[in-house]
Design a protein around this ligand. Structure first.
Ligand code: UDP
Length: 474
């Protein structure tokens, strides 16, 4: 069993098993949650696939168990088409077909014949924490009689929205009509039809519907849900999901997870982080640099990539840009920058394959973040009080971008066709204009709220205590 002592040196109170989805934006928050539970006295065992396996050496406080048929699962993932949804489906199918999660859980359920009753109680897991998109792991847990808690790595707004598709269809918002993209979804302000993930527009409609169904089904079949958010950020959204789920499925708002322990995003990074950018930032004026990153998964097309490059170049401002391998669709390698781009930006641009993002956002030189609004990136930016330029691409990102612009008013969206002039204008608005000053003020206010929720007795700290109590009562 992992660690004989909890994070604060106290005695262990129990044991939980966690099974993250093996993608960066899902793996990091699950490991961060494991860290928070461990700090409260729960030993944590992390089940994982060989594909995108976490670095066990970076987390000596946890036990790591590779699911036994890891290779079969990895092969299925490698063969699945590149997009995230297809990979999630392939992963679930492979886990179910191989029985690997059930076998791994069964071996953890066996109480040692030796040892006293207390020791056995501590060793037997209280529950399995699964990613919301891992129903196959939930089925495996049910087979061995283990209750599940679901981690939602997205916002409460996305959680609520994805549970509302029957209503969205009934009221005619979906399938989305071209003429109605600006129509407000009055039941869920500030969303518009264009922000909704529409399975009928997705490359495989059946798969699009399935992913929605499975992420709601796991919560409905669970003993509780954790959302990586905080009460003051999404009060009405949390209220709605709690109302709908009722007392049997309590919802715990535990975020921002990356700030709960020193188990930050850097320790769970799947790619090597290029720290040269921190030294480069050290040479820049406070608030002068735009940080640009579109996360670990999304791709942009070659035309958009070129417009982004020239839009950035034409501002004549310093910028740090994460140009990761595979960022440009159709090329799994290093993206090719436009001719003469490097000459045009000499001395004021730093490019990296992958950055220590949380540290970058915390750096005083960073004054703005051009983001795809993945939920982790958004929370990291909110925590550091960095205003955003939002260019969402897929899934829950448009929902988050709309909240950034309309509800929290801590950034602006870059909508429509990407074009260098428009990009330059948007960057100047964020980094130089009066509007930029106003969003910075609101980002500072929100930062104060996030700090309050993390203090002793703050909403997030209280929610962790409640979650631990709930887990031990299952
Ligand atoms: N990230 C990072 N270095 C980078 C870009 C991203 O460490 O250069 C991290 C970032 O801090 C965040 C995660 O990768 O924790 C991306 O998660 P998010 O939910 O924002 O987006 P996704 O990658 O799932 O689309």
């Amino acid at each position: 069993m992992a660690g004989a002592e909890s994070g604060d040196g106290g005695a262990l109170r129990g044991h939980v098993v966690l099974f993250p989805l093996p993608f960066q934006g899902h793996l990091s928050p699950m490991l961060q949650l494991a860290g928070a539970l461990h700090a409260r006295g729960l030993a944590s065992t992390v089940l994982h696939t060989a594909y995108n396996a976490p670095d066990a050496a970076a987390h000596p406080e946890f036990a790591f168990v590779a699911v036994p048929s890891g290779d079969a699962v990895s092969a299925a993932l490698a063969e699945a088409p590149k997009d995230g949804i297809a990979k999630i489906m392939a992963l679930n199918a492979a886990i179910e077909a191989s029985g690997c999660a059930r076998d791994a859980l069964a071996s953890l359920m066996v109480s040692e014949s030796e040892g006293d009753e207390r020791r056995q109680r501590l060793q037997r897991p209280a529950c399995l924490v699964i990613d919301a998109a891992l129903p196959a792991a939930q089925k495996a847990a049910a087979e061995v009689g283990l209750p599940t808690i679901v981690l939602h790595t997205g916002s409460a707004a996305a959680f609520r929205l994805f549970r509302s598709y029957a209503m969205l269809r009934e009221k005619g918002y979906l399938p989305a009509k071209e003429s109605e993209l600006d129509r407000p979804v009055i039941e869920m302000p500030p969303l518009r039809v264009s922000d909704l993930f529409d399975p009928s527009k997705y490359v495989n409609e059946e798969m699009g519907n399935k992913i929605l169904a499975l992420s709601t089904e796991t919560t409905t079949n669970s003993s509780g849900a954790v959302v990586n958010t905080f009460e003051a950020l999404e009060t009405p959204e949390l209220h709605s999901v709690r109302d709908e789920l009722g007392a049997d499925i309590p919802v715990f708002a535990i975020g921002p997870l990356h700030k709960l322990t020193n188990n930050n995003s850097d320790r769970s990074s799947l790619l090597e982080q290029d720290r040269s950018c921190i030294e480069w930032l050290d040479t820049k004026e406070p608030g002068s640099v735009l940080y640009v990153s579109f996360g670990s998964v999304v791709m942009v097309n070659q035309d958009d990539f070129r417009e982004v490059a020239w839009g950035l170049a034409n501002t004549e401002m310093p910028f740090l840009w994460v140009v990761r391998h595979g960022l440009v669709a159709g090329n799994s390698g290093k993206p090719v920058l436009p001719d003469r781009f490097m000459e045009a930006v000499k001395g004021r641009c730093h490019l990296v394959d992958w950055a220590p993002q949380a540290e970058v956002l915390a750096h005083p030189a960073v004054g703005g973040f051009w983001t795809h609004n993945g939920w982790n990136s958004t929370l990291e930016s909110i925590y550091e009080g960095v205003p955003m330029l939002s260019r969402p691409i897929f899934g829950d990102q448009p929902i988050t971008a709309r909240y950034v612009q309309e509800t929290w008013q801590i950034g602006f969206m870059v909508e429509g066709k990407l074009e260098r002039g428009k990009i330059e204008e948007a960057i100047r608005r964020l980094m130089e204009g009066e509007d930029g000053v106003a969003v910075q003020e609101r980002a500072d206010q929100l930062k104060r709220k996030i700090l309050t929720c993390l203090e002793d007795g703050g909403s997030t700290q209280q929610a962790i205590d409640k979650l631990v109590g709930h887990m031990l009562s299952l």
